[in-house]
Design a protein around this ligand. Structure first.
Ligand code: PLP
Length: 406
């Protein structure tokens, strides 16, 4: 079965927007287009439900129910309990709160493992704990390929390590890490895992239960939703770490790591992500329980992306005037493709714009991995990132635009 690209694109108002007409979007790793159901729910909330939720009057009851619906449906799609899923302002802000919790939880003399493959969001907040006496150990990438080798992690683990933070997929290397294998290693060493799924989740919501992550983070605004960070925090870990919310909310798992009041409208509108995935499943004849359906949607999205991605990777790998970062095999990676070119990437991106290609150049807050791979972060890389709604003709247009400019 193939993904119905016309149906998919019809679910995203951006494709009908005259201001965006004729332009192919290749900066999805920075933030995706928003699907129709999210926009509709957000609009409805601001029009009809913009009152304090969870009170007995009708507008409030509906608003509160919609917020609960968002958590329940997204959690079911990711194979976790409803109260294991919570919202915060962004993944960076969420990591900040979690790092504060870990700071108080880790025994004196404790250690944390971070990588130099992560976006700064899942790196900096943990590294700052060194200022409080926490021992930091760095799991390092191969400087040539950007690959993180689980065998290297094993050498860093001992009973002092309380937590390992690593990405499901880096936003510049693009390689999909073997999360289930890595979390098993971490668990066997008696530590918790914190997985940054921001660059992976837009390509299909993962089964967090099967991945074995104690904490799994992603950003709704890159996953067709509003500007929120979503956290899955498994029950044992979530009650082991100290509560960061108001003291009287400490018994409620989904409130323990959200010290700020939630953004009611955006939490409610996130149910629209579930609407979209469900409608996608229905349209493509994918049936079963929520998790099975999400898995079917994931597989179809990934298959479509991989077909398009392989042609881009083959084109880039065939050139000898640029460095393609990360794997050349589409199955091993996300369609987030960074290239190091002779020309400054920012000016290359500028030249792509009049050719109808929206892309970006820079460090993408992945300064550490770029530096480790010998790329000057001041200059950065040209990043070409797409998702399942990208059409084959758009990738063809990208390739011919690159051919013209490189
Ligand atoms: C891989 C990755 N992790 C984390 C983040 C940070 O997410 P947020 O903007 O929600 O803080 C980003 C944002 O670009 C990212 O690409």
């Amino acid at each position: 079965m193939e993904l119905d690209i016309n149906w998919v694109r019809a679910q995203f108002p951006a494709f009908d927007e005259p201001a965006l007409n004729g332009q192919a979007f290749f900066e999805n790793a920075g933030g995706s287009y928003t699907c129709g159901p999210v926009i509709d729910r957000l609009t409805r909330f601001y029009h009809a439900r913009k009152v304090q939720p969870y009170a007995p009057y009708e507008a409030s009851r509906l608003g509160g129910e919609e917020m609960d619906e968002a958590r329940a449906r997204l959690a079911a799609m990711m194979g976790v309990d409803t109260d294991e899923l919570s919202f915060g302002p962004s993944t960076t802000a969420n990591t900040f709160v979690l790092a504060n919790a870990v700071r108080r939880w880790l025994p004196k003399g404790g250690a944390i493992v971070v990588t130099n493959q992560d976006h700064e969001a899942n790196s900096g907040p943990w590294r700052r704990l060194a200022e409080e006496g926490v021992e930091l150990r760095e799991w390092q990438i191969d400087p040539g390929t950007g690959h993180l080798d689980p065998a290297d992690l094993e050498r860093l683990l001992d009973d002092k390590v309380g937590l390992v933070a690593f990405p499901h997929c880096s936003n510049v290397v693009g390689e999909v890490n073997d999360v289930a294998r890595i979390t098993a290693i971490i668990r066997a060493a008696g530590a918790y895992s914190c997985v940054d799924g921001v660059s992976y989740a837009p390509h299909g919501l993962p089964d967090v239960g099967a991945l074995g992550a104690d904490i799994y983070l992603f950003s709704a605004y890159k996953t067709y939703g509003p500007h929120q960070g979503i956290m899955v925090i498994r029950r044992d870990c979530g009650f082991d770490l100290p509560n960061q919310g108001h003291y009287f909310n400490g018994e409620v798992l989904y409130q323990r790591f959200t010290p700020a009041g939630p953004d009611h409208a955006q939490v409610a509108a996130s149910a629209g992500i579930a609407d979209y995935f469900d409608a996608f499943a229905d349209h493509h004849g994918i049936t079963g329980e929520a998790r099975q359906r999400a898995a079917g949607v994931h597989d179809l999205m990934r298959a479509h992306e991989a077909r398009l991605l392989q042609s881009l990777l083959d084109y880039l790998a065939g050139r000898n005037d640029l460095r393609l970062i990360g794997p050349r095999d589409a199955a091993a990676r996300a369609p987030t493709v960074a290239i190091d070119t002779g020309e400054a990437p920012a000016s290359l991106a500028q030249k792509l714009a009049p050719l109808g290609i929206m892309a970006g150049g820079g460090d993408f807050y992945a300064v550490r991995p770029l530096s480790a791979m010998g790329v000057d972060p001041q200059k950065g890389v040209l990043r070409l990132s797409f998702v399942h709604y990208t059409a084959p003709a758009e990738v063809d247009r990208l390739i011919s635009a690159l051919d013209q400019l490189l």
